[in-house]
Design a protein around this ligand. Structure first.
Ligand SMILES: C[S@@+](CC[C@H](N)C(=O)[O-])C[C@H]1O[C@@H](n2cnc3c(N)ncnc32)[C@H](O)[C@@H]1O
Length: 368
């Protein structure tokens, strides 16, 4: 996939023919996140990582999507000092998982040509296996990173290296073993050999999908004592579009409905997904975890075809999830206006996210 091909795909997108494609959405999101990351929190993460006095580091990237965070870390030279890196990614979405390997290979070749790349098993070979014709989600993980490939005899379904894509990146001074699992993080965390395994756990734009409190506990259990967590881009309850004008009262209604849907008003789930940044803060404060945090604003206009596609996705998420709550002409005229602004390349979107980073000492369990 050359940069030209990528750009062409985005250039061909329009609201009239819009189709949501998860990996392309994540591809468009990557540069927006990069601009948004709270700098002090990013620097804190980098300092903590570089204060580890070991040559080999183990990182877990949860809900890794197409692997953008790995590229941000390489670009930010955060992992330079380690001669051996085990970078484990996990995502439950098959489409993202399959897209990731080709994308990562092509990005690494273009942006980090000093690495030679070895791919353990081609994607085509994995796709040609039976299970991908019969099932969408792979539920169990079978590869124990401590002992190469390992099949869990207890679970007959999907227990092979076929749910793990592997790359080895080698430079003169560094070996990176990248393992990308397709599976659910909760299943993953229940595998005892991963408990307390990682030096660093990263979850970007992930915690707002779940009940923060129990998911954070799940993730912390995967860390070694004094392990580092980096949780950037947790949606934090504020968004708006510009230009601002007569549509403001409609926008308030739509935003309120969108937050209500996120918070599970219809399912009586009563979560606080629309306030997940504050939730992460509160949970860490309650547990006396020392951490850095700060706002990470998405500020997106129509400056290029990728940003424009991202805006199309956001408008469509909001429209589809609120259409049954905000009835009739209000919603129609609001979205008509915003879509017109998008077509005229004058639409901008702002959303507040929260980034958090810190260290977890085992006694956090007792500090509650
Ligand atoms: C908003 S995306 C963020 C992706 C990536 N971290 C990024 O920032 O580009 C959330 C990702 O979490 C994945 N996901 C959701 N639930 C998951 C679960 N239970 N286990 C693993 N991945 C999950 C989704 O498939 C999706 O790729």
């Amino acid at each position: 996939m050359s940069p030209n091909e990528v750009d062409k795909w985005f250039e061909l997108q329009s609201l009239q023919s819009f189709q949501f494609c998860y990996p392309r959405y994540l591809q468009a999101k990557a540069p927006i996140d990069k601009k948004a990351f709270h700098k002090d929190t990013w620097d804190h993460m980098s300092t903590l990582v570089n204060s580890l006095s070991k040559k080999t580091i183990r990182l877990l990237d949860v809900g890794a999507g197409i692997g953008s965070m790995f590229l941000h870390l390489l670009e930010g030279q955060v992992l330079n000092k380690f001669s051996s890196i085990e970078y484990v990614l996990i995502d439950s979405n098959v489409e993202n998982w399959l897209f990731a390997i080709d994308w990562l290979i092509s990005e690494i070749k273009q942006r980090f040509p000093h690495y030679s790349i070895l791919q353990k098993m081609p994607v085509e070979e994995i796709l040609s296996t039976d299970r991908f014709h019969t099932t969408q989600t792979i539920e169990y993980l079978s590869v124990d990173p401590r002992n190469s490939v390992h099949v869990d005899q207890g679970k007959s379904e999907g227990l092979s290296e076929k749910n793990c894509l592997e790359l080895q990146l080698s430079s003169e001074v560094q070996n990176i073993f990248l393992r990308f699992y397709c599976g659910d993080i909760v299943h993953f965390s229940q595998l005892t050999h991963f408990r307390g395994y990682f030096d660093v756990v990263i979850a970007a734009a992930f915690l707002d999908l779940y009940d923060c409190s129990s998911m954070i506990e799940t993730l912390f259990n995967l860390l070694q004592n004094s392990g580092i967590f980096y949780f950037p881009i947790n949606y934090d309850g504020e968004m708006s579009f510009s230009p601002k004008g007569s549509e403001q009262p409609m926008e308030s209604q739509v935003t309120k409905a969108y937050h209500a849907v996120m918070d599970g008003i219809e399912s009586n789930e009563q979560s606080q997904h629309s306030q997940s940044g504050q939730c992460v803060l509160r949970i860490c404060k309650d547990r006396a975890i020392d951490m850095k945090h700060g706002d990470a604003w998405w500020n997106v206009g129509c400056e290029d075809p990728k940003s424009k596609y991202f805006l199309m996705c956001i408008l469509r998420f909001i429209k589809d999830s609120t259409k049954h709550l905000v009835k009739g002409p209000v919603l129609d005229s609001y979205f008509f206006l915003r879509e017109q602004q998008l077509n005229q390349n004058v639409l901008r979107y702002f959303a507040k996210n929260m980034d958090c980073c810190g260290k977890v000492h085992f006694n956090w369990f007792t500090a509650i």
